[in-house]
Design a binder for this molecule. Sequence first.
Ligand SMILES: NC(=O)c1ccc[n+]([C@@H]2O[C@H](COP(=O)([O-])OP(=O)(O)OC[C@H]3O[C@@H](n4cnc5c(N)ncnc54)[C@H](OP(=O)(O)O)[C@@H]3O)[C@@H](O)[C@H]2O)c1
Length: 316
Amino acid sequence: MPEQMRAATYTEFGGPEKVSINSVAIPELKEGEVLIRIKAAGVNPVDYAVREGYLKDFLPTQFPVIPGWDVAGVIEDRGFSARRFAVGEEVYAYARRPVVQYGTFAEYIVIPESYISIRPKSISWEEAAGIPLVGLTAYQSLFDAGNLQQNQTVLILGASGGVGSLGIQLAKAKGACVIGVASSKNHAFMQELGADHTVDYKNNHVGEAVQAIVPEGVDLIFDCASGETLQQSLQALKPSGKLVSILNQGQDLDKSINFTYVFVEPNSSQLDHLRELADAGKLRVHVSQTYTLDETVEAMKQIQTQHTTGKIVIVP
Ligand SMILES: NC(=O)c1ccc[n+]([C@@H]2O[C@H](COP(=O)([O-])OP(=O)(O)OC[C@H]3O[C@@H](n4cnc5c(N)ncnc54)[C@H](OP(=O)(O)O)[C@@H]3O)[C@@H](O)[C@H]2O)c1
């Protein structure tokens, strides 16, 4: 087993300049854990939010931190009793642990095998690494919290980003009608993914534009954008409809709204389902840019713009 690896690290909260590339010790393999050689790591907005310290009251942190929660890679070694996967198997995972410390912007990661699923084989390493966090977020929001059903209408706010672009496809696979909201440069992209209608939040009142499409209103709003876009959209929610947000925790919301906040949890059986959809050609990942490990700072700056289309991925 290798003892050292290259990894992006930071030793205190702050901006992208806090991140540097270093040689660090690979943690010892414990019971139930596997060592994964990382082939690709998806980049998510939460990576910069954690680095800035925005989540420090919710997520205990142990410095130095290796950022990154998404991984696709190869099983390199196994700890005692970790026998679900063989050495050499190709897997993917959402690798958020209870304490923030060892992430995926590195050559290796040690994680419990319970987090892992076999990766989709019909897509690239980069595309597979773009699925876990956003795929699980969309899955848990649309189906677990939102209980989305066939023939219902869902309005997705921020539908061209990582979560929204998978959300469009999961909702279409369920047989729902999808209205996607993003700026006009992303409308063709959302339509390619299956959106039935698109709305530009920059040049419209979102609620009025949605009501013009579906006067009876929508069954579910899946909020991946919040702010003005969310406030405007609420007038297009059916009285019996539901709001699921991954950003707004209920602040500024009318108490009469049927509302759930979702914070994504690791779930390997849902990763199995996402793999089946990807291998069936029903879930595509648009990787808009890849970065080397040495370009981690650039990747984290890009994701912090909040205007990434599809996914960006680091290939160590
Ligand atoms: N609670 C959770 O478990 C959880 C999980 C994942 C993500 N999140 C959060 O959810 C948000 C979305 O995540 P993501 O990975 O999809 O982000 P992303 O990849 O950065 O995508 C954001 C998308 O939102 C669009 N957008 C930006 N401002 C908008 C606005 N005012 N109205 C409508 N659309 C807007 C952008 O499109 P344009 O460029 O066209 O504006 C962009 O494509 C992030 O803030 C992230 O931190 C939370």
